[in-house]
Design a protein around this ligand. Structure first.
Ligand code: FES
Length: 142
């Protein structure tokens, strides 16, 4: 009897499934961000638009789109919200999204995932909202 074992393949498959979680997705996409040294971010007068696949916005989390300095959240199934990803404290990009909070790694400001209002940390102004349109396949934002 010739038994073939391939434990490394099994491990890879399990690892990929684990990456599907909300925080991991947000962190991975945030890590793809540019090297904007200015840290000033996109202000409310600039033109920002884009779209993200609904499947890339985890329920109970969200996704940070570094290229357009946008964070899209989905705190509950079918509830989408969009904001600038630039922290109002000192301009760092937010990096982590949970069901309740959008979190800036620089000084740990926390923002509400539905309103963008600061709920903890030094930030005292809300994240700038983005207009969003949800289709069957995408969350479009501007
Ligand atoms: S820059 Fe975000 S908490 Fe300070």
């Amino acid at each position: 009897m010739s038994e073939r074992r391939d434990p490394s393949r099994r491990g890879v498959i399990r690892g990929s499934a684990a990456v599907g979680g909300g925080i991991a997705t947000a962190a991975l996409l945030a890590a793809c961000g540019g090297d904007d040294a200015g840290g000033q971010g996109t202000d409310a007068t600039s033109t920002v638009s884009g779209a993200v696949a609904v499947g890339d916005v985890p329920v109970g989390g969200g996704v940070v789109i570094a290229d357009t300095e946008t964070v899209i959240t989905q705190p509950a199934a079918g509830e989408y919200f969009g904001f600038s990803s630039i922290c109002t404290h000192q301009g760092c990009p937010v990096a982590t999204v949970t069901a309740e909070h959008i979190i800036c790694p620089c000084h740990s400001s926390h923002y509400d995932t539905r309103t963008g209002e600061p709920v903890a940390g030094p930030a005292d102004q809300p994240l700038t909202p983005r207009s969003i349109t949800v289709t069957e396949t995408e969350v479009e934002y501007s």
